[in-house]
Write a protein that binds this ligand. Structure first.
Ligand SMILES: NC(=O)c1ccc[n+]([C@@H]2O[C@H](COP(=O)([O-])OP(=O)(O)OC[C@H]3O[C@@H](n4cnc5c(N)ncnc54)[C@H](O)[C@@H]3O)[C@@H](O)[C@H]2O)c1
Ligand SMILES: [Zn+2]
Length: 341
């Protein structure tokens, strides 16, 4: 794994490489400042600290302006480095700010949520939200390094942990049947994170290295996300029913596995195992027929669609996925109806 370092606690050895930079700043949100920064502070050379509020709400141009202004005030030159300490909001936005400051300075991701460790911090996608459009502004840019300590997960709220776990399940389902067969016999509480985080990163990293710009096989990483994003979007303005990203993707994976089964691509046993494991881990999102009528058309707006057709990743078996399969609005509705029953 090039430039990716995994350990259970922050490893002093990797921090020595920071001495090459002329200036260093750490970007943290309220929670990572409180729970994660104290574990690193002693390992870092002299540095500045940028603290922002936590939450997707702040993944905006305004926050970027604040970050760029700080770097400017401190006289950061092109040999500086920004250390992104946090979940996917921090790694996406910090990477975007570093990648554009003076045409690009180095950044290092230190992801602290499960979602960021197995997904957001890896693969070079950076970005911010813009006028309500998610990840609307951004570019591809690789981190100089990604340093992962699974020990950070101990302070993560259980619901956030479970949400990130959906991407771990996804990586097994698209690429590793054996790992899936081991995983599905475990409870979330029994999982040895160092092993599964590393496994997940190996899959994501292999796929994104082979296809960095998402021309082909990188699309496999969207399994569960066509319907997952539609669910996530639908519940966005329903404060009492909000879904975390991974919770929406978990439901999306059941639906997209169901479509695979209905299209006779995936066996009934294969589908049943997926349904059972995801359902027992996440329970069920309650959906009325009216909800379903609104959710299905939202899948049409997916960035990955082409010329009006809905393109989806489907499974041929657990551990083997195919991309760019055209599905219809009726397929999506049927899957959501099945899920809701
Ligand atoms: N670039 C990519 O490829 C990619 C992939 C997936 C998701 N994303 C992005 O990631 C973002 C979601 O990431 P997220 O789920 O990590 O959200 P997040 O960064 O908002 O973190 C979730 C919450 O956990 C808190 N937190 C973080 N680490 C903690 C710790 N160790 N202990 C206690 N609390 C902690 C945060 O303050 C926040 O409140 C979205 O903006 C999404 O677009 C990007
Ligand atoms: Zn995702």
């Amino acid at each position: 794994l090039k430039n990716i370092h995994i350990s259970s606690q922050p490893d002093p050895g990797v921090f020595t490489s920071l001495s090459q930079y002329s200036n260093l700043a750490v970007l943290a949100d309220e929670n990572t400042f409180k729970y994660c920064y104290p574990l690193l502070k002693g390992l870092l050379p002299a540095h500045k600290l940028i603290r922002i509020k936590s939450g997707e709400k702040y993944k905006t141009l305004e926050t970027c302006q604040h970050i760029w202004q700080q770097l400017t005030n401190w006289g950061f030159d092109r040999h500086s480095c920004l250390i992104n300490l946090g979940g996917g909001v921090i790694t996406d936005m910090g990477a975007f700010c570093a990648g554009t400051y003076k045409r690009g300075i180095d950044f290092i991701n230190i992801p602290t949520t499960l979602l960021a460790q197995v997904d957001a911090a890896i693969g070079g996608k950076t970005g911010i939200d813009f006028n309500g459009f998610k990840n609307h502004i951004g570019m591809f840019r690789e981190a100089a390094a990604v340093w992962i300590s699974t020990g950070f997960l101990t302070t993560l709220p259980q619901r956030e942990l479970r949400s990130g776990f959906a991407e771990v399940i996804k990586h097994c389902l698209i690429a590793d049947a054996e790992a899936w067969n081991r995983l599905r016999k475990l409870d979330l509480e029994d999982i040895q994170w160092p092993t599964y985080v590393e496994h997940s990163i190996r899959i994501k990293s292999a796929i994104t290295t082979a296809d960095p710009q998402e021309k082909g096989e990188r699309k496999l990483l969207n399994f569960g996300h066509t319907i997952g994003h539609a669910l996530e979007t639908y519940f966005l303005d329903k404060p009492r029913r909000q879904l975390l990203h991974g919770e929406a993707v978990a439901a999306g994976m059941i639906c997209e596995a169901y479509i695979s089964y209905r299209k006779k691509m995936l066996s009934e046993e294969g589908f049943a195992a997926i349904e059972e494991f995801i359902y027992s881990t996440y329970g069920k999102v309650k959906l009325t027929p009216e909800d379903i009528d609104h959710i299905a058309p939202l899948a049409r707006q997916d960035k990955k669609n082409k010329a009006g057709a809905i393109r989806c990743v489907l499974l041929e078996q657990p551990g083997k996925a195919v991309f760019d399969i055209t599905i219809t609005l009726a397929d999506i509705k049927k899957a959501l109806q099945f899920y809701a029953e």
